[in-house]
Design a binder for this molecule. Structure first.
Ligand SMILES: [Zn+2]
Length: 297
């Protein structure tokens, strides 16, 4: 996205380095991400948006140019490949988990996706990786109920835009409010459990909120698979938000999701990286998330 932008390539390097340094990489299986196809993208995005964005991103690639789709969201020559493979990772992870070749999967992807709406790129996001994967599970694999959980510090407005009113999906989110993109306080559908959190809230308050608001809704919904928008920018070291989560809080939240998945979804969870911009905190928080997802905690 250009020099000085928080959504930088070093985010994935920090995660990879930390997994190697801690030896956690030895307990995990790694897969390359295929590119998503137009048909896969169009389960979450309009055909017009998908076609026009791919055309524009291909032009940037061919001309070696950059273009700001919004003031924060700058596309460059390699954005098309990155965005297609990020969404493709989520689809491939869904296939692996549904086939039983993996119990759970984490997609270490950039760009993130949860601000991408059905018809617009915004907030560092181009394609909504989690929504593409959830619709793939529903429309291709024939699942009837899936949950999307979003614990990024920012409201997943794009995911809400895509899945609100789709009663096959229950979306549970927490997000700092008020904060970019200043939405979410009024849910757009009865299938949304939107929980705004006041600035400077810390782990204990957030855990209480998750236990009171998400868990009963998830139990009642009995999802057959869980998808996670795993943003780690609610960490207290992250300067894009003002929440106070730490690694242990991410492990606790993940454990609640593993428990729900164990009861209703054959343990099936696909988690996709969203935000998280304090590199050390991001890497440690992803590791805490992965230890629980992999049953190593
Ligand atoms: Zn975020």
């Amino acid at each position: 996205m250009g020099p000085g932008h928080p959504e930088c390539p070093q985010r994935l390097d920090a995660i990879t380095d930390h997994l190697r340094a801690t030896g956690l990489d030895l307990a995990l299986a790694f897969h390359e991400a295929p590119a998503a196809t137009p048909a896969q993208l169009e389960r979450a995005h309009s055909t017009a948006y998908t076609t026009e964005l791919c055309f524009e991103l291909q032009r940037l690639h061919d001309e070696g140019a950059t273009h700001a789709l919004d003031p924060d969201t700058i596309a460059g020559p390699h954005t098309l490949a990155a965005a297609l493979h990020a969404a493709g990772a989520a689809v491939a992870a869904t296939d692996e988990v549904i086939a039983g070749r993996a119990g759970t999967a984490f997609c270490a992807v950039r760009p993130p996706g949860h601000h991408a709406t059905r018809d617009a790129a915004m907030g560092f996001c181009f394609f909504n990786n989690v929504a593409v994967a959830a619709r793939h599970a529903l429309d291709v694999h024939g699942l009837q109920r899936v949950a999307i959980i979003d614990f990024d510090v920012h409201h997943g407005n794009g995911t809400e835009d895509i899945v609100a009113g789709d009663e096959r999906v229950l979306m549970c989110s927490i997000f700092q409010h008020p904060l970019y993109p200043y939405s979410g306080a009024v849910p757009k559908g009865t299938n949304m459990v939107n929980v705004p959190i006041a600035p400077y809230a810390r782990g204990p308050a957030v855990r209480e909120t998750v236990a009171a608001m998400w868990l009963p809704a998830l139990e009642a919904f009995r999802p057959q698979m869980l998808f996670v928008s795993a943003g780690f920018d609610a960490h207290r070291e992250d300067e894009l938000g003002q929440l106070g989560l730490v690694e242990a809080d991410y492990a606790w939240i993940t454990q609640q999701l593993v428990d729900v998945a164990g009861r209703h979804a054959q343990g099936r969870i696909v988690s996709c990286l969203e935000g998280g911009y304090a590199l050390g905190a991001l890497a440690r928080s992803v590791a805490a998330h992965l230890r629980v997802l992999a049953g190593l905690a």
